[in-house]
Design a binder for this molecule. Structure first.
Ligand code: G6P
Length: 615
């Protein structure tokens, strides 16, 4: 999704902005641009495609050496992911006001942009792009009476929609004004320099001290400081926070792609998620973030998990775990549905929002809807200080480190680990015996080492994928706890390799999809030992007899499956509720290798965004 970075300080802004844009690339974008303040005017450069195209436009070869000609110390920059209007240079941000005095970068959607454009036309101002953002630049220019902060405030009062914006004005070269409503924005506080960004990864090289703007707040930033107010000009005091992650964590560390790095580091990220939360001796779970709500949770009548994408798949695993381990009615719902269908939520309902970024627009809206209806709302979030984390009543952080690869991997396993811990903790307050809790806690404790064993099969998985990578249609089938893993395996494959794949409960195949199976079609079964193992074997036979090529994920030591499947990847034997933590890993590797073999851009898949902050 779109990204914002702005700089004001004592250094040349351009290299810092370009570096920041590169750090934002992972979010997904199709064009980019910068606005530099120099000699009392604003210079805008924009380009379609990769940041390297923008660098070429700017005449930057080696960025460190060649950008000396641009000595400006103030600028704003943007990566755009097209919503209104195609990915063209004209539609790329920054947008400039008609008189060239105001430049704006914007994340979000201006819903009443047509009405605003009509208003501007009446004043002789015509938009030249197809974007909703351009009206903002004109409107701020129209409102400008010698005070940029006031002009932004006045303009935003006319705006309906969502925004995170950074604005500069030729008349005030030492100022950036930032504002947010529904789209994340942070101020990075350095030594005599300040940054504005939509994502901490854009600025972490320069500072780890940040201020998170809340919805309805704005900041006026100069090289000597900043002040924050509400949109109605009421001063707000903000706390300084330390960004949790370091630069190393958002670098490749010898891997070819972030996705590979994040798949391989899951042993470590899971250990971090579990650290300090498992009491293996007593068989207990310690979750400080929800300790104050443990009673409410135990008394809850119903749990609703809400999320989008991969996090929604984790929600299905959560649903199964909460019913199975904690014996509490649970369901999972797409946040995009939950937010609009007026769901039945009462005081006995606990809503658990799952989100890696903590910024997904639909999931955030679902949290707000749940709170309006009086539900206790808990967040299972990775990004510390993100909007969902802050707006939930309480929550459990994943602590799996920043996830850069667009296809979510390590956040998924950490989401499942957190949900498992919550289910065990809640289970103990309900019907889970001490003995069973002890068994599960200790099994969880062993998971990081077991994940390390599973990723060792990476080369074998690559070799297996080579023989089927040209097939355009795949099925992923599983039962019970491995049904959501079938969904996730299919999603991973389609996201990054553009192979059409469907995942479903294995039994559902007979109700239609079996018609698709033809000679050589790859069908991936998650066929680990469990109470539905025999049924999965029967499904394998049904596919085999129709010419499908079987790839199986099975339990270590299962000799039976080798006679039935062309390729088998093994996972250690663990209690059924914890199997998804291991069975998803070979499927992540399978998707990764398929994408690499097909020459796809693994970390920047076409059309996808890491964080979907618009509806
Ligand atoms: C996007 C990402 C997915 C992610 C989903 C939900 O679609 O590409 O990988 O699962 O958003 O994101 P969240 O940050 O809320 O987990």
């Amino acid at each position: 999704m779109c990204g914002i970075v702005g700089y004001i300080g004592h250094q040349r802004a351009l290299p810092i902005l370009i570096e920041g844009l590169k750090r934002l690339e992972y979010r997904g974008y199709d064009s980019s641009g910068v606005a530099m303040l120099q000699d009392g005017k604003i210079d805008i450069t924009r380009a379609v495609g990769r940041i390297s195209n923008l660098e070429a436009r700017l005449g930057l070869g080696g960025i460190e050496t060649d950008c000396r000609q641009n000595v400006s110390t103030t600028g704003i920059a943007h990566t755009r992911w097209a919503t209104h209007g195609g990915p063209t240079e004209k539609n790329a941000h920054p947008h400039l006001s008609w008189d060239g005095r105001v430049a704006v970068v914007h994340n979000g959607i201006i819903e009443n942009y047509r009405a605003l454009a009509t208003f501007l036309e009446r004043h002789g101002i015509r938009c030249v792009s197809e974007t909703d953002t351009e009206v903002l630049a004109h409107l701020i220019g129209h409102c400008y009476r010698g005070n940029l902060e006031q002009a932004v405030r006045d303009a935003l009062h006319e705006v309906q929609g969502t925004y995170g914006i950074a604005v500069v004005c030729a008349n005030e070269p030492g100022t950036i004004v930032a504002a947010r409503k529904g789209s994340p924005l942070i101020i990075g506080v350095g030594n005599g320099e300040y940054l504005v960004a939509s994502d901490a990864s854009a600025i972490v090289k320069h500072t780890t001290q940040v201020v998170y703007l809340s919805d309805g707040e704005m900041a006026t930033v100069t090289s000597s400081g900043f002040h924050t107010t509400t949109l109605d000009a009421v001063p707000v005091t903000k706390d300084l926070h330390e960004v949790e992650f370091s630069l190393e964590e958002i670098e490749l560390a010898g891997h070819e792609h972030f996705m590979a790095k994040e798949i391989f580091e899951q042993s470590h990220s899971l250990a971090t998620t579990l650290r300090g939360r498992l009491d293996t001796r007593e068989g207990q779970i310690i979750l400080g973030g929800i300790a104050n709500h443990a009673r409410d949770l135990a008394r809850a009548k119903r749990i609703i998990f809400t999320a989008q994408g991969t996090a929604w798949h984790a929600g299905i695993v959560g649903e199964y775990m909460f019913e199975d381990i904690a014996k509490i009615p649970a369901e999972v719902e797409y946040a995009s549905e939950f937010r609009y269908r007026n769901p039945l939520v009462d005081f006995g309902t606990v809503v658990i929002a799952i989100s890696q970024s903590g910024e997904t627009a639909d999931t955030l809206a679902a949290v707000r809807e749940a709170k309006v209806k009086g539900a206790l709302c808990l967040g299972v979030v990775n990004a510390v200080g993100s909007t969902i984390a802050r707006e939930s009543d309480a929550g459990v952080y994943l602590h799996c480190g920043p996830e850069i690869g667009v296809a979510s991997t390590k956040a998924f396993t950490s989401q499942i680990a957190v949900l498992a811990m919550m289910a065990i903790q809640l289970g103990r307050r309900r019907f889970l015996s001490q003995e069973d809790a002890h068994r599960l806690v200790n099994a969880l404790d062993r998971i990081p080492d077991q994940v390390a064993q599973v990723v060792e099969q990476s080369d074998a998985i690559r070799a297996a994928v080579e023989s089927v990578v040209d097939r355009e249609n795949w099925l992923f089938l599983g039962r019970g706890y491995n049904y959501p893993i079938a969904l996730e395996g299919a999603l991973k494959l389609k996201e990054i390799s553009y192979i059409h794949a469907e995942g479903m409960p294995a039994a559902e195949m007979k109700h239609g999809p079996i018609a698709l199976i033809n000679e050589g079609m790859p069908v991936v079964f998650i066929a680990t030992r469990g109470h539905q193992y025999d049924k999965v074997l029967s499904n394998i036979e049904e596919v085999r007899s129709r010419g499908g090529r079987i790839i199986a994920v099975a339990t270590q030591g299962d000799a039976e499956i080798t006679a039935k499947a062309e390729h088998v990847f093994y996972v250690p034997n663990v209690p059924e509720p914890l199997q998804p933590l291991l069975t998803v890993v070979p499927l992540q590797l399978l998707a990764y290798h398929a994408a690499v073999l097909r020459g796809c851009n693994v970390d920047k898949p076409r059309n996808l965004a890491k964080s979907v902050t618009v509806e």
